[in-house]
Ligand binder design. Structure first.
Ligand SMILES: Nc1ncnc2c1ncn2[C@@H]1O[C@H](COP(=O)(O)OP(=O)(O)OP(=O)(O)O)[C@@H](O)[C@H]1O
Ligand SMILES: [Mg+2]
Length: 285
């Protein structure tokens, strides 16, 4: 590399590092229906309550529903952004919970089916969000597929959600395994949702973390647990997130604890070259 090229690369990296503000969390799971979207929406509200500027990207390309949980009517969504009919600013909507939502588009083409040009466009939007916000949360949808991997690649921290059900546990481990095999070197943590006691959550965490350590050689960060709480389905039916409609519920306490863990103890990497790493990972699909 010539001196000029090195200088240019250094300048770009410094620029990207200085512009980059957001911590990027991807919320994912192996099994569907474990509570990702509810956790994502309510976590976004807790972060916003603590004074952070928060964006939530509903990246579930199959069954997007964060807008329903927040009771906002979306005029535009991710599909309009991808087709370039609308800009990111037009697509983004402020929710009653204080965070900004980029709504998902159900039944959108698979990420792998999108052109490089389209994917680059989403990446540009993510970069824009990253520069404008303190926290960016991506609800990825369930399962191990290129759509999900595309978005987990864009994150600093992947939060895997499971429940104590054996099928969810098996699938959570499978997700961690695929991410390691995919060469994803970012922080991974595990949240156990719908527990009947903290001891149950801890036991599930220990079980998965032990196997991950033994067979994958990785440490999973303990993101804690959230109680199975009737306030959650009630909030879903009322279209009013539980941290707002039932702030004193057990589920709200769990999400509040999750937010403070992620803000305070989380070993989130803020590697200056993170943006460039993510860029290359993203385009690898
Ligand atoms: N802590 C909880 N206590 C009780 N019910 C819960 C809890 N968390 C989630 N649920 C219920 O589980 C159902 C699925 O939740 P949610 O839509 O958030 O899951 P998901 O993982 O996003 O699903 P999908 O994989 O389809 O995107 C909802 O009906 C919700 O009410
Ligand atoms: Mg969901």
């Amino acid at each position: 590399m010539t001196v000029a090229v090195i200088d240019q690369a250094t300048t770009l990296r410094t620029l990207a590092a200085s512009q980059r503000r957001a911590q990027v969390f991807a919320i994912t799971s192996g099994k569907g229906g474990v509570g990702k979207s509810n956790i994502a929406v309510n976590l976004a509200i807790k972060f916003a309550e603590s004074g952070k500027k928060v964006a939530l990207l509903d990246a579930d390309l199959g069954l997007a529903n964060a807008d329903v949980l927040c009771n906002v009517d979306l005029q535009w969504n991710l599909s309009h952004l991808i087709s370039r009919k609308r800009t990111l600013q037009e697509v983004m909507i402020k929710t009653p919970g204080g965070f900004y939502l980029v709504g998902g588009a159900s039944g959108l083409a698979k990420m792998a089916d999108l052109t490089d040009f389209d994917r680059q466009h989403i990446l540009d939007a993510l970069t824009e969000l990253e520069e404008e916000f303190d926290v960016l949360i991506i609800d990825t949808g369930a399962g191990i597929n290129p759509n999900v991997l595309c978005f987990t690649r864009a994150a600093d921290h992947v939060l895997i959600v499971t429940t104590p059900e054996p099928t969810a546990i098996t699938d959570a481990y499978a997700v961690a395994k695929v991410m390691i095999r995919d060469g994803q070197d970012r922080v991974m943590s595990l949240l156990v949702n719908q527990v009947t006691s903290p001891a149950e959550g801890r036991a599930v965490y220990e079980r998965i973390a032990k196997v991950a350590r033994q067979f994958l050689g990785v440490g999973l960060y303990d993101a804690g647990c959230v109680y199975a709480d009737e306030a959650v389905p009630l909030a879903v039916r009322r279209r009013n997130p539980f941290v707002l409609s039932a702030p004193r519920s057990m589920a709200s306490a769990g999400v509040a604890q999750l937010a403070s863990r992620l803000q305070q103890d989380s070993p989130v990497r803020t590697h200056p070259a993170g943006f460039f790493h993510r860029l290359s990972r993203w385009l690898k699909i």
